[in-house]
Design a protein around this ligand. Structure first.
Ligand code: ZN
Ligand code: ZN
Length: 356
């Protein structure tokens, strides 16, 4: 595909200093290299990772953003293919496409070939090593680009690109890694948040008995409305779960060590803990000693976004009406700084989206 017709500049929300209001300005338009798809973004979801990256409080991501010169956040983009680079066959101009967190993985290394491409050493990530989706155009490798089916509106599809698929991947690990079958009790820690609210619905849809846990009356009420069998405040969760024999597994979405501390208390012997939320590294390591780990037989499994087949499975659940995106905030690029700050302050439940 030639370069004729490329917009020379695109509007974007640009990070100029860590934690400072985003600057809405024009940046050079990205161009699709070999094997890449260029997406014209219509809607982008806002993720908790955006808050951490915006504030610069994840050292590894901050260093990568600096070394790759990345200034545009956002990794939940949905739009239309604007152009394709040489060698692209799965997408053509005009197709609906999603741009997720995973922007590229090699597909040929041992990690990729054993089904863990999220951990590919050659992976590229949207908004960390490739400019993100808070811009009119964003590029993604054909391999990582998501084919978004009809029947899911843009604003509901966008948060599935990270929050939805991450929640799906975390719930899926109950079966794929932990061998905990449907029917068992799963505690979702941080159940009212962007990821947690999907996990509650997905785990219920797959037949688990869900105890959704969050902090404060409003958030607990929202968890109950999502259809969780039990909805508890974090302060009452330990006693309440003991009354039903403990959780067979806990999934931690809360990006605080306190969430992990609670999960280890809620989980019964030989149970599983799925780690999703990423506390500030300054909070320190996981709050469990090797002695406790071994004596309780606790199995800890990390979950990290999702890839192609997980999107397809999630879309099927969505189209069957078993999962819904709850959008608490909507805005445009100019509203982003306020939305990010409100997310940092936990001022809304579920998810926010911006039109681009
Ligand atoms: Zn995310
Ligand atoms: Zn690889």
């Amino acid at each position: 595909m030639g370069e004729v017709g490329f917009a020379p500049a695109v509007r974007a929300a640009v990070v100029t200093a860590w934690g400072a209001p985003l600057d809405i300005r024009e940046i050079a338009a990205p161009r699709p290299g070999p094997g890449e798809v260029l997406a014209r973004i219509r809607v982008s979801g806002v993720c908790h990772s955006d808050v951490h990256q915006w504030k610069g409080d994840w050292p590894a991501e901050r260093a990568l953003m600096e070394s790759f010169g990345i200034r545009v956040l956002g990794h939940e983009g949905v739009g239309t293919v604007e152009a394709v680079g040489p060698g692209v066959s799965r997408f053509t101009v005009g197709d609906r496409v999603g741009v997720p967190w995973m922007n590229y993985w090699c597909g040929g290394c041992e990690v990729c070939l054993t089904g863990y491409s999220q951990w590919c050493a050659k992976a590229q990530t949207t908004s960390v090593t490739v400019n993100g989706t808070f811009a009119e155009l964003a590029s993604v490798s054909e391999r990582a680009a998501v084919s978004v089916p009809a029947g899911i509106p843009d604003d509901e599809a966008a948060p599935l690109m990270c929050a939805g698929v991450t929640a799906y991947g975390a719930v899926r690990r109950l079966v794929s890694e932990l061998r905990i079958p449907p029917g068992k009790i799963v505690a979702v820690v941080g159940a009212a948040g962007g990821l947690g609210h999907y996990a509650v619905q997905i785990a219920q849809a797959l037949g688990y008995r869900v105890a959704g846990i969050d902090v404060g009356e409003n958030r607990v009420r929202f968890v109950r409305e999502l259809g969780a069998e039990w909805a508890w405040d974090a302060g009452e969760a330990e006693e309440a779960i003991a009354a039903v024999g403990g959780a067979d597994a806990s999934i931690v979405f809360t990006p605080k060590l306190a969430g992990y501390e609670l999960a280890f208390k809620l989980t019964r012997l030989v149970g599983g803990v799925v780690a999703v939320g990423i506390p500030d590294p300054a909070e320190g390591p996981l709050p469990i000693t090797p002695a406790a780990l071994i004596s309780r037989g606790t199995r800890i499994v990390p979950a990290n976004v999702g890839v192609t087949h997980e999107f397809e499975e999630l879309f099927r659940l969505y189209r069957a009406g078993r999962v819904k995106s709850h959008l608490a905030r909507r805005g445009t690029l100019t509203d982003l700084s306020g939305i990010l700050q409100d997310m940092a302050d936990a001022k809304y439940v579920a998810r926010a989206v911006v039109s681009v």
